[in-house]
Design a protein around this ligand. Structure first.
Ligand code: NAD
Ligand code: UDP
Length: 313
């Protein structure tokens, strides 16, 4: 019997790539999504596959399905989208985690939580290691996401300790690639769309803040490895340790798109982390994983994807 996977948020950016990777392994996929930031276009090509099924559902409500593995990715990831309705974001993170843990407990499934580098907040330890407890503002504009994900991690460990649920936690750092939304609001998609349209590239603050960008295929490989690894709950950092300033990213995008766009500086949003870079020693050791796609190489197919999308209009 093929392994049956539930992927919540499966119609989203990372989720749709994950569904593809699981189907390619011959496994079954139940893709669950409420289509807040997910799109049918992301999964349309999988609908004819008899091993793929789509369920329209909101994770804040319980659901009973017979599955072996649960990848809990449901949650908007872009600050623009998760701040649109912060209360809903917290509900998605907390009630979504509770519902997926309850399901995992009932059907004895292994359950993986897509946590985030945001649990480190504006980090005072650099690069970030899993043992660092973070520096998160509990009442800022990013709190609905950061604290929601922190509660989800706590719930995962409580179900593990109390109910012996087979959990996995990954802390995902900034990930990019094809299938991000044009209006996603995150930096890679914003810069590429602006460059292709010849609009000003909007750098928030002075652009000296740093991020580490992981290409989506590398990330999905790590998610599957984590799910398949026995006797390791995590949390484990997943990201590309290459660290770039936002200004460097803007310059690289302008160069690769051969754009005439100029750079425009805008105010830095509150609580914007100053530096971010994963220490991935643990992922290397436990999963035998490290990213293979450098930023410049990953930007090319991402630019090609947005170029085609914008031409279609
Ligand atoms: P995304 O917004 O493209 O995907 C999220 C998906 O979840 C969408 O399809 C959306 O419709 C769905 N969703 C949202 N709320 C839901 C709800 N209540 N019920 C059911 N479905 C719901 O974002 P993404 O970049 O693919 O991120 C996927 C996961 O990875 C998220 O949990 C995010 O927090 C995490 N993550 C992503 C990044 C990144 O850089 N992309 C970094 C850290 C963590
Ligand atoms: N950013 C920017 N211009 C944009 C969008 C984002 O300069 O148009 C900056 C943002 O202030 C942050 C970094 O790029 O410092 C990464 O932002 P993103 O929203 O992609 O992710 P996060 O802040 O959650 O890491």
């Amino acid at each position: 019997m093929a392994i049956v996977n539930l992927v919540t948020g499966g119609a989203g950016f990372i989720g749709s790539h994950l569904c593809e990777a699981l189907l390619a392994k011959g496994q079954e996929v139940l893709c669950l999504d409420n289509f807040f930031t997910g799109r049918k276009d992301n999964i349309a090509h999988m609908l004819q596959n008899p091993k793929f099924e789509l369920v329209r559902h909101d994770v804040i409500n319980p659901i009973l399905l017979e599955v072996d593995r649960i990848y809990n990715l449901a949650c908007p990831a872009s600050p623009v989208h998760y701040q649109y309705n912060p209360v809903k974001t917290i509900k998605t993170n907390v009630m979504g985690a509770l519902n997926m843990l309850g399901l995992a407990k009932r059907v004895k499934a292994r359950v993986l939580q897509a946590s985030t580098s945001e649990v480190y907040g504006d980090p005072q330890v650099h690069p970030q290691v899993e043992s660092y407890w973070g520096n998160v503002n509990p009442i800022g504009p990013r709190s609905c996401y950061d604290e929601g994900k922190r509660v989800a991690e706590a719930l995962f460990f409580d179900y593990y300790m109390q109910n012996k649920v087979d959990i996995r936690i990954v802390r995902i750092f900034n990930t990019y690639g094809p299938r991000m939304l044009v209006n996603d609001g995150r930096v890679v998609s914003n810069f590429i769309v602006q460059a292709l349209r010849g609009e000003p590239i909007t750098i928030y603050g002075d652009g000296a803040q740093t991020r580490s960008f992981c290409y989506v295929s590398d990330l999905v490989d790590a998610l599957v490895r984590m799910m398949e690894t026995d006797d390791f709950t995590g949390p484990v950092n997943l990201g590309n340790p290459g660290e770039f300033t936002i200004r460097q990213l803007a310059e690289m995008v302008i160069e690769l798109t051969e754009s005439k766009s100029r750079i425009e500086f805008k105010p830095l949003p509150p609580n914007d982390p100053v530096r971010r870079k994963p220490d991935i020693s643990l992922a290397r050791e436990k999963l035998g994983w490290e990213p293979t796609v450098p930023l410049r190489d990953g930007l090319k197919p991402t630019i090609a994807y947005f170029d085609e999308l914008l031409r279609k209009g």
